[in-house]
Design a protein around this ligand. Structure first.
Ligand SMILES: CC(C)(COP(=O)(O)OP(=O)(O)OC[C@H]1O[C@@H](n2cnc3c(N)ncnc32)[C@H](O)[C@@H]1OP(=O)(O)O)[C@@H](O)C(=O)NCCC(=O)NCCS
Length: 139
């Protein structure tokens, strides 16, 4: 199930010399959005282990209002995969269009940074979609 994790606007400090948003700036926002999605389902901290399939589909311009959507797509023994999609609202039409997408994988960790079993730190109030993923990939 897709949720909104972050919203914001692009400012001049976020732009590359070509006048569109830095890829690294967008990726940092996506990483934060994905970590928020993970925080909603587990009680322990989690760290990013991989970022894959990143697609910069369209440029983001100065002043653009963006919304970052997240969807948990897989749960392994200690890992959680989040699909992240960034949409920008067209200023004239108000219609959203996708500008960037990627897959972020997080690992649930304990206080010393060692991987922990997701099922031991899962929150009690997770929704049906998360329960389905937990049951599908039970190891
Ligand atoms: C993430 C980290 C804790 C994993 O530790 P590790 O001892 O390598 O853990 P494991 O080999 O047991 O792998 C843990 C999980 O990550 C997955 N994983 C590890 N490396 C991976 C890779 N290169 N590609 C895909 N998955 C990977 C494993 O498949 C496993 O998932 P599963 O338990 O759901 O099957 C460790 O590599 C680390 O601390 N990395 C730095 C994290 C960081 O600083 N991130 C940036 C800031 S948040």
């Amino acid at each position: 199930m897709r949720s909104i994790a972050l919203k914001g606007r692009t400012y001049p400090a976020d732009l590359n010399p070509g006048g569109t948003a830095f890829g690294g700036w967008v990726m940092a926002k996506m990483d934060k959005a994905a970590s928020i999605a993970v925080d909603y389902i587990i009680k322990s901290p989690a760290v990013t282990v991989t970022v894959s399939r990143i697609n910069f589909l369209k440029p983001i311009h100065n002043g653009d209002i963006f919304t970052i959507y997240t969807e948990i797509t897989a749960i392994g023994k200690t890992s959680i995969t989040v699909y992240v999609s960034v949409e920008v609202k067209n200023h004239n039409t108000n219609q959203p269009y996708e500008v960037t997408s990627a897959e972020f994988k997080f690992v649930a960790v304990n206080r010393t940074g060692k991987p922990v079993d997701v099922r031991k730190v899962i929150r009690e109030d997770v929704d049906e979609h998360i329960n389905t993923l937990l049951n599908r990939n039970k190891k």
